[in-house]
Design a protein around this ligand. Structure first.
Ligand code: HEC
Length: 136
């Protein structure tokens, strides 16, 4: 019986190993921009890529210090947060904005689903490289 269990476990492992190419792991970590574009619709209530609205523009976001778009009226909390926006910092902030930056003026509960955040961040990355953002 134990031998059978070991044999079955071996088969299962071989199956899993064969089924986990590096590419799919990368894709999961990086997210799918197309899916992310649909999620970005939630952000469009307050944000646009190329100009400021209730929230600051998202063009130029990657590598930008939090709270640094000229003339945008940020909260002191955001200005003093010392965050530089990138995949990791966005992931943390978007999961729970008020927890990541207590006192932020971004009145949004966050995107709790990891996959949705990965997709959203992938979309933001793609949008930042788009002509709409590059002509900024
Ligand atoms: C209800 C309006 C609202 C919604 C919805 C909203 N935001 Fe914001 N966002 C803001 C405001 C206002 C700020 C400025 C916050 C501050 O100064 O504390 C902000 C700031 C940010 C910042 C910091 C930018 C910078 O220049 O430092 C990021 C990143 C951001 N939002 C991403 C998002 C994303 C992605 C979504 C969609 C999942 C989203 N926001 C949804 C209003 C909103």
């Amino acid at each position: 019986m134990a031998a059978l269990a070991r044999a079955l476990a071996g088969v299962a492992l071989a199956f899993l190993a064969g089924r986990a190419p590096a590419v799919s792991k990368d894709a999961a970590a990086r997210g799918e921009p197309k899916a992310g574009e649909a999620i970005y619709a939630r952000c469009l209530a307050c944000h646009a890529l190329a100009y400021d609205r209730t929230g600051p523009r998202h063009c130029g976001l990657f590598g930008r210090r939090a709270g640094s778009v000229k003339d945008f009226p940020y909260s002191d909390a955001m200005r003093r947060s010392n965050i530089v926006w990138g995949e990791k910092t966005l992931d943390r902030f978007l999961a729970n904005p008020l927890k990541a930056v207590p006192g932020t003026a971004m009145g949004y509960a966050g995107v709790t689903d990891r996959k949705e955040r990965a997709d959203l961040i992938a979309y933001l990355g793609q949008a930042n490289a788009s002509p709409e953002c590059r002509k900024q």
